[in-house]
Write a new protein. Structure first.
Length: 304
């Protein structure tokens, strides 16, 4: 089957630079995706966008080029609840990848077990309305109760303005919760302002809440972009990510977000994104927690 990309779609950056920052041994890219290829793993009929293909082979090549040892692959919304591309990537990873799936309430126990055996360790609930249609909260809670029995966690993707409305639902979830991209803060506002303080409070009051300090390219307003050798990109995001890393060093993760779906104005050089890490995790100890200790504890506990 052939698919036509969404008009204006930005393909991932070919030929990324080699990072100057040397990743600690065993580093994990804890947020990335595979798209199709559509001819083998068709995109979902209900999708809100049609991406470029981004295969498991290309993801593995990037992993090795950047210096990561492992990946956590998150189911892309363009595939809906059809996790075949994700599971294929996991089963061909030689144990070097874990996965976050999207599932519906009618999924069978046998299907959940098969996904677990392939390496799935969590389920993603997406509350960004421009990307997905609304799923009733009682259905999501039913799913969370089922995956909790497998030892999985719940990844939540939402925008800052929606946290007050979603607070009670989130805090009732029976698992570890991993927040994508710090809940998408408005970095034009103060890092000590009431909106971000609410997110800090959310993490501070609930020890089961973790956060990915990823995707500065999505959050930045003033840049500069991680392109053309820029060594100080996304300066406006640094105070937010650094605060979370330093306040909750044992509950943070980082990922490339390759192949960067739905970016509108530029596509970052993934090598320069890796060079962004020491701006938000300033010491070797914090870098090791962010990139090795925390993701290993969450996704490969049998090895940590």
């Amino acid at each position: 089957m052939e698919f036509q990309k969404t008009p204006g779609w930005l393909d991932w950056y070919a030929g990324p630079s080699k990072p100057r920052f040397k990743l600690p041994a065993g580093a994990v890219d804890a947020h990335c995706h595979v798209f199709g290829p559509g001819a083998e793993f068709p995109y979902a009929a209900e999708r809100k966008y049609t991406p470029c293909d981004a295969s498991r082979q290309q993801l593995c090549a990037l992993r090795d080029h950047l210096g990561f040892a492992r990946n956590v692959i998150v189911q892309a919304t363009c595939h809906g609840a059809d996790n075949r591309a994700l599971v294929d990537a996991l089963t061909h990873s030689d144990g070097r990848a874990r996965g976050i799936a999207t599932i519906r309430r009618d999924v069978s126990d046998a299907a959940l077990r098969a996904m677990h055996d392939a390496g799935v360790r969590g389920v993603r609930f997406n509350f960004v309305r421009r990307l997905v249609d609304f799923t009733p909260k009682n259905e999501l809670m039913e799913i969370a109760d089922r995956v909790a029995k497998l030892g999985w966690h719940v990844v939540i993707y939402f925008e800052q303005a929606d946290l007050p409305e979603l607070w009670d639902f989130f805090t009732a979830l029976p698992t570890i919760i991993v927040v994508d991209h710090m809940g998408r803060p408005d970095v034009s506002k103060s890092v000590e302002g009431p909106e971000f303080e609410l997110f800090v409070k959310f993490m501070g009051q609930h020890a089961n809440v973790w956060s990915k300090v990823s995707c500065p390219e999505r959050l930045s307003i003033s840049g500069p972009a991680a392109r053309n050798g820029e060594q100080n990109p996304y300066c406006d995001v640094i105070p937010f990510a650094r605060r979370i890393v330093e306040t909750f060093p044992d509950r943070v993760l980082w990922g490339t977000d390759w192949p960067h779906p739905n970016l509108r104005d530029h596509m970052p050089d993934d090598g320069l994104l890796v060079d962004f890490i020491p701006h938000i995790a300033a010491t070797p100890e914090l870098q090791r927690k962010l990139l090795v200790d925390n993701p290993m504890r969450l996704y490969w506990p049998e090895e940590s």
